[in-house]
Design a protein around this ligand. Sequence first.
Ligand SMILES: Cc1cc2nc3c(=O)[nH]c(=O)nc-3n(C[C@H](O)[C@H](O)[C@H](O)COP(=O)(O)OP(=O)(O)OC[C@H]3O[C@@H](n4cnc5c(N)ncnc54)[C@H](O)[C@@H]3O)c2cc1C
Length: 382
Amino acid sequence: MGLSAPVVIVGGSTAGLATARELRDLGHDGPLTVVSDEAEPGYQRPPLSKRGLREELPPADAAAGLDLEVVLGTATGLAPSVVELAGGRTLPFDRLVIATGARPRRLAAPGQTGELVLRSREDAADLRAALARASSAIVVGAGFLGMEVAGACLAHGLAVTVVDVDRPLERLLGGFVSRLVQDRLAAAGGRFLRGRATLLGSPVNGVDVDGGRARLSADVVVTCVGDVPNVKWLAGSGVHLADGVVVDGRGRTNLPSVFAAGDVVCAAWGGNLTRRPFWANAMTQGRLVAHSLLGLETPVPLWDDYFWTEVMGCAVKVTGPTPLAGEPDAVEGTPEEGALFRWDGPHGPTLVAWGHRLSAARLRRLRLEPPEPAPAAAESAR
Ligand SMILES: Cc1cc2nc3c(=O)[nH]c(=O)nc-3n(C[C@H](O)[C@H](O)[C@H](O)COP(=O)(O)OP(=O)(O)OC[C@H]3O[C@@H](n4cnc5c(N)ncnc54)[C@H](O)[C@@H]3O)c2cc1C
């Protein structure tokens, strides 16, 4: 494709704007249109569950200086070489990038109101306001987002119960890290209850756990139980869909001019088709797709194995293959003062920096260095 052909990107968030920026950096000077169904494209979601639950975040400026047309609207269909928008407008393209991300999975029954979720700036504002009025909260879901929301609730001085069928962060980071997370939750005054939650009341005011084993009520009930890729608008388009838009290692769909990046993507990982909805993947795939779309060699793999979170104010950074299992093979430091854990798995090492001041770049570099022989440290941490 020449550097001047029209490109349409549907979705104006992390992956969409990373693609746009990389296209311009690579010399694309043709029409570039970004379709966004959010009024303020380009804001970052990770701060929403951290600082964004304490205060209003500044406006986004990620699209600034990119020389692109932002079309505020919702894509409702895809026909050959044309994106259809709600209201009847159509956008022709030479190349299309699908970057429509995901939305929260919800637990409310049809007609049940008041389920709080966290995905957008509006959700963060609603939750912030609700937390300011509340004295108790239930968080359903003990994954990254759930634990961050629990941390924010505790910081607001609320009594907090987290409910999940699995222990906190255990699915991805294994039992060792999960125990650290549970200890930190307990030390901050939070409670973890293991079981399957069903929402009670309309508006929602509590949960039932395991079909009557426990019934809890709270002023605020937030669900953080995963996300669902935004692919409905692609029905009937011929784009191969599974749990998201299926792409190859260069971000290409099965249609020749159509690419995808970010949380909407589903691709091979460890032998399965999977989604890895993390910020670093959205950024990396945006860059990758820009190269792919211009017919250039792709500079990075599709998946980036770095992500980070905050556990009750403690920064946790992870790089390397997951899920983790068992105890770490090496430990440096202490959880109280900052620790670096290393697992040497069959697919390469994974490092977890727990409350450690290491930068992401340094952590990535460390992972590629041979491990220090530190059997005494590893033994003493078991
Ligand atoms: C609260 C929160 C905290 C997070 N914290 C972390 C973290 O600490 N670390 C980490 O690694 N990751 C974190 N993440 C994940 C990270 O933010 C996502 O991986 C990233 O935002 C994905 O970007 P995306 O552009 O692929 O999708 P999205 O950010 O979902 O953007 C997709 C955009 O497309 C729009 N759209 C959807 N359908 C249409 C349509 N039909 N027409 C037009 N527009 C449409 C959506 O409204 C949205 O604006 C967090 C996510 C959330 C929600």
